[in-house]
Design a protein around this ligand. Structure first.
Ligand SMILES: Cc1ncc(COP(=O)(O)O)c(C=O)c1O
Length: 404
């Protein structure tokens, strides 16, 4: 690097690939070390006392701060254009801590319909009973619905766009603008789960959100080998989350997971480019197949909110769903079981393609009527398109569709 170039001058791909803050002057290690330690020791009383006072920013005890975790946090903050980041032990830990940090007993949340199941359950079932906090779920495609559902007790608007079940979008900038214009100062926070798009395809903090959350277990890690979550936002919000919810609830990220996440982040821009291209290639092919009723992918012109997707995101990822043109369970199962290149299981955003049928889990938890009211069908298939060659994936889907 020339002497005149600072890391901030470099493009994101270069900064992620090189992670310059991780330079190791002692051994010149190309990969940063894993600080696999629970605690840190100091030379004397005064040094311990000083570290204790600043334990949110000093390596003192591993639940609060670990140097490998800190490096991952700094890299994630740069990636999202956020002042600060806090890593948690899972995406759900990041979501529950962010919500708990924003409400008190008696408060109210307005959430988009169809958010990630456990996040919805936390708001619908857990918070009212354990914390006296209620939530109204609204039709997420109408920005005005969020304001209309708010009360004087509303503290949080919770979004997930695109949603990971129905791939519905919310207009982040319009919702933020409406909140501001209405002068609703009691709505202290817009919190958004941005896992689907990653910060590379959507920057919610720039559109008016206050806290941006990711399940780092998906694209950010990218290799299906870690569970972690991150919250991004203004430094004072992240510091308060660090001192209170992270410290007291204790769902910290492990050093090894943070190290794996740093490894994944080095290739994120290139992986996302391949995920986007592969996902669209597979989705377009499915859309043209006579045995497919519909494809739900925000990057396809057939998506009902395609215009908003184009305006709000700079691209797409590779999680989407499609509906088989049959309602016969045996036929649906034959298709599902016949695939050779799609792992049958939950999660998404990894190097390998996965398939899941919402009916497998939702029909155990919901009545068929409620299942349909959620906008789901028996023959819905959700796929996460990985880094394989798209022609191989298409050939596999083609032979699967012959089973119907
Ligand atoms: C959209 C979304 N948000 C959050 C989560 C929760 O993340 P984690 O599994 O890391 O707790 C998931 C997990 O599948 C998800 O799909």
């Amino acid at each position: 690097m020339s002497a005149s170039k600072t890391p901030e001058d470099l493009r994101l791909e270069t900064r992620l690939a090189r992670q310059l803050a991780a330079t190791d002057p002692t051994y010149g290690a190309a990969a940063p070390p894993i600080y696999q330690t629970s605690t840190h020791t100091f030379a004397n009383w005064d040094a311990v006392a000083h570290a204790f006072d600043d334990r949110a920013n000093t390596a003192f005890y591993g639940r609060q701060l670990n140097p490998t975790v800190q490096l991952a946090q700094q890299t994630l903050a740069q990636l999202a254009g956020a002042e600060s980041a806090r890593l948690f032990g899972s995406g759900m830990a990041a979501i529950s801590a962010s919500l708990l940090a924003s409400v008190s007993a008696g408060d109210h949340i307005v959430s988009a319909n169809g958010v990630y199941g456990p996040a919805g359950r936390f708001m619908a079932d857990w918070l009212p009973v354990k914390a006296g906090v209620t939530t109204t779920f609204v039709q997420s495609m109408d920005p005005a619905a969020f304001l209309a559902a708010s009360t004087a007790k509303t503290r949080v608007i919770y979004l997930e766009t695109p949603s990971s079940g129905l791939f519905e979008l919310q207009d982040i900038a319009a919702i933020a603008r409406l909140v501001k214009e209405a002068g609703k100062q009691h709505i202290i926070r817009i919190i958004i789960d941005n896992t689907w798009a990653t910060p590379l395809k959507q920057q919610p903090l720039q559109l008016g959100a206050d806290l941006e959350i990711h399940s780092a277990s998906k694209y950010l890690g990218g290799h299906s080998d870690l569970i972690a979550g991150v919250v991004l936002g203004r430094a004072e919000l992240i510091e308060s989350l660090t001192n209170d919810e992270a410290e007291l609830l204790g769902a910290r990220a492990a050093p090894l997971d943070a190290w794996l996440l740093l490894r994944g982040l080095r290739t994120l821009p290139w992986r996302m480019q391949a995920h986007e291209e592969n996902g669209l290639a597979v989705a377009r092919w499915l859309e043209g197949h006579p045995k497919i009723r519909q494809v739900r992918h925000p990057g396809l012109p057939s998506h009902p909110q395609y215009a908003l997707a184009q305006q709000q995101m700079s691209g797409s990822s590779s999680l989407f769903s499609f509906e088989l043109d049959t309602d016969e369970l045996d036929s649906i199962k034959r298709f599902f079981d016949s695939l050779m290149l799609f792992g049958r299981g939950v999660s998404w955003g990894g190097h390998e393609s996965l398939i899941f049928a919402p009916a497998i889990s939702a029909l155990k938890e919901q009545t068929p009527e409620r299942f349909r009211a959620m906008g789901l069908n028996l023959s819905d298939m959700r796929v996460s398109v990985g880094l394989e060659h798209p022609d191989d994936l298409i050939a596999d889907l083609a032979q699967g569709l012959e089973q119907i």
